[in-house]
Design a protein around this ligand. Sequence first.
Ligand code: ADP
Ligand code: MG
Length: 249
Amino acid sequence: MQTIRVENLSVAYRGKIALQRVNLELSAGKLTGIVGPNGAGKSTLMKGIMQLIKTQSGKIFYGEQPLNRQRQKIAYVEQRQDIDLSFPIDVFGVVLFGTYSHLKLFQRPGKKEKKLASKCLEEVGLSEFANRQISELSGGQLQRVFIARALAQRAEWILLDEPFAGIDAASEKIIIELLKKLRDEGKSIVIVHHDLHKVTDYFDEVILLNKDLIASGPVAQTYTTKNMEKTYGSEITQMLGVGGAGFAT
Ligand code: ADP
Ligand code: MG
């Protein structure tokens, strides 16, 4: 298990700062939440880690190596609004795509890959949806399909941007239980999340972000009233009601 290390990451869009000199280490084998207000740079941090955007500065390491050389170890699912769901592909096809990173150039997935894809679909409980078009899935099912794709990729890390946005409570519960199980089996999971009431229940570690890194580390030491006020402003405790957000201290 390798950690992901972010060194001095700065991102600006058209001259406007979105992330400012962020240094942090993501612990392997944990469920980590990235928390912060709208526009805080949470999605930018994930894209920066995956090196999908232009950065002002910064290096990303996977263990001791530049992350770029180990990209297939990390699966990333962007915010749903950024995914083209009109693309004509069925559930099995999406999961099978996960196996491509282990194939040689121009090699097509064969029996072995198809078997793996089936197994991964089974693991997320969606075997009977294999032939369904992705446009015909609920938001929660779609997230599970992407998790299955990550498993087919044999990714060690799974990065999910707002997987619970617009999803009903029952589906959210199925997904978080699935992610906790994968964490217990040794995967490392990182989630952009904005429902503050769930932080202590869901995560081992938390990253508080508002352009600057405010704090990061184990929930008990990091998810404190003081840090949350630094992240959201002093109104946050009032808004949530004292104790309402279940801050650690
Ligand atoms: P979050 O995910 O925390 O809501 P984002 O990382 O999406 O925040 O965005 C951080 C800031 O950067 C916001 O002010 C947003 O408007 C801006 N931003 C994000 N993506 C772009 C883009 N492609 N072009 C211009 N500005 C962007
Ligand atoms: Mg976002």
